[in-house]
Design a protein around this ligand. Structure first.
Ligand SMILES: [Zn+2]
Length: 491
């Protein structure tokens, strides 16, 4: 069709509500690959320095998103008539003033030694080296420093052989047991596998821990008992009979702002427009880390989660073109990567009445893996919060992108626990029907190589259209999606 004629027909369809299906088809055409590509390449550019939570970079990205939302015709729905909802992020980290020595050797923090989590401790005690930590007794280790080498012995967790998980699994398996038996400090020395993850730990654990009031996750393993992780070459030194640890470890804590960007498109029904379909994503990623000196150190998070951030802008445009009966709420959550903090905060402190949110359509990473594959989580019990909502989303997939759906990752038995790792979770916990759209992780996940040019723009566009078709149906139905009887999330 010639483009002028197309424009006339499109605008006719949009103004004549007699043809809602055709009008909806015209609105879905507002979700355009060109826009998604342009926005993705801007948001995942080095300019935003990886959008790390609580930094100026996250704020800068948030301002950019709010400005795009405003230009697209979305109204502000944050605090005080703005697009923003700020919240305090509390960070605790090990102080550079800390000193650690074994025997006569002084250790350099984050090079020769990783302090596993923030702690205050003053230790000057003998080291007991355990060949097998399962043999530890209170008699043997109370008041002493316990040292052991990493090992998967006695651990059943199937993820223990993934090197990025290995360290955390071994530490969490033994640290509490040994602390309960009275260890004054615990030293883990790398074996070959743990040594592969050691450089990463020097870059991650130095960042410390983050929380907000009301955090769903408590990451601190021990209170007051320091956990040290040493590289493999220290094994002989640590094992020397009569060896001692001298450690004075301090921590510091500070509070800084993170932010949710909140916008809305008002529905056209006088009554139902007081209810909201919530489209959700996160705008933050992992900032700048120096994992590989001399190489790219900016974690641009193009898939995670610039892909969804720009998809929400496109969906917003489609809603502005043809508003349905209910209103649509769009939230670009902050601090997801630090522990789902933006969504936890919003679910506790919503800027619209919580009961008015009829469904949450959240997405995280929608541009990678096979072009025709996707996952929808929140479908299989116990994750299934609403059969109504699930059916609408599955019908929307059949009508729209026709993705082949991978169901494995939604199972409670899946070792990755993917369902619990994005922003729908705090809402689902509050019994709001919720779904999680994802194209699932991949080799570039949480690396500096998660860049725009690795993604399929077509796939992101299809996901956006799928979410749009789901949301528009929820927004137009007479009844809101019913909560599944007996729905309860347990983990
Ligand atoms: Zn993510």
């Amino acid at each position: 069709m010639p483009s002028t004629l197309k424009t006339i027909v499109t605008s006719l369809l949009l103004t004549v509500p007699l043809f809602p299906v055709l009008a909806q088809r015209a609105a879905i055409n507002a979700i355009r690959q060109e826009d998604i590509k342009r926005d993705l390449y801007i948001l995942a550019d080095d300019h935003f320095r990886g959008r790390e939570a609580g930094t100026l970079d996250e704020l800068k990205a948030s301002v950019w998103l709010a400005e795009q939302a405003r230009k697209a015709g979305l109204e502000p729905a944050g605090d005080d008539g703005t697009y923003f909802q700020f919240f305090p992020l509390i960070r605790e980290r090990v102080s550079d003033k800390s000193t650690i020595a074994i025997g006569n050797r002084m250790f350099t923090l984050w090079k020769d030694v990783v302090v596993y989590e923030p702690v205050f401790a003053d230790v000057n005690d003998p080291i007991v080296f355990l060949d097998d930590p399962a043999t530890a007794t209170a008699e043997r280790i109370r008041g002493k420093v316990v040292a052991l080498q990493f090992s998967d012995k006695g651990i059943n967790d199937p993820r223990v052989h993934i090197y990025t998980r290995y360290g955390a699994i071994v530490v969490s398996t033994w640290a509490r047991k040994l602390a309960t038996l009275g260890a004054k400090a615990i030293i883990f020395v790398s074996d070959d596998l743990a040594q592969k993850a050691y450089p990463r730990a020097t870059q991650y654990n130095n960042r410390g821990s983050y929380q907000i009031t009301g955090s769903l996750f408590h990451r601190q393993l021990l209170n007051g008992v320091p956990i040290l992780w040493l590289p493999k070459e220290t094994l002989d030194l640590v094992r020397l009979p009569g060896q001692t640890l001298q450690a004075r470890i301090f921590s510091e804590s500070f509070t800084y702002p993170s932010v949710n960007v909140v916008a809305k498109v008002k529905g056209r029904d006088a009554k139902l427009s007081n209810e909201y379909v919530l489209f959700s994503g996160h705008q933050d990623h992992d900032g700048i880390r120096n994992l590989e000196p001399g190489k790219d150190s900016i974690f641009n998070g193009a898939d995670d989660n610039a892909s969804v951030s720009v998809a929400l802008l496109a969906i917003g445009k489609a809603f502005v073109q043809q508003p349905p009966r209910r209103s649509a709420l769009f939230i670009w959550h902050g601090s997801e990567e630090r522990g789902l903090f933006g969504s936890t905060w919003y679910a506790d402190n919503p800027t619209v009445p919580r009961e008015s949110i009829v469904a949450v359509l959240n997405a995280d990473m929608i541009g990678a893996n096979a072009p025709d594959s996707a996952a929808l989580l929140g479908v299989i019990p116990p994750h299934r919060s609403s059969s109504d909502l699930v059916n609408i989303a599955l019908e929307a997939n059949a009508k729209g992108p026709k993705f082949k759906l991978d169901t494995g990752w939604d199972k409670a038995s899946h070792p990755e626990g993917w369902y619990f790792r994005s922003d729908h979770y705090p809402y689902a916990k509050k019994n709001i029907p919720a779904l999680f759209y994802s194209s699932l992780p991949h080799a570039l996940y949480h690396t500096p190589a998660d860049e725009s040019q690795t993604l399929s723009i077509e796939k992101i566009t299809k996901f956006a259209q799928w979410m749009y078709l789901t949301g528009i149906e929820v927004a137009n139905r007479e009844q809101r999606p019913a909560l599944e009887p007996g729905f309860k999330l347990e983990r």
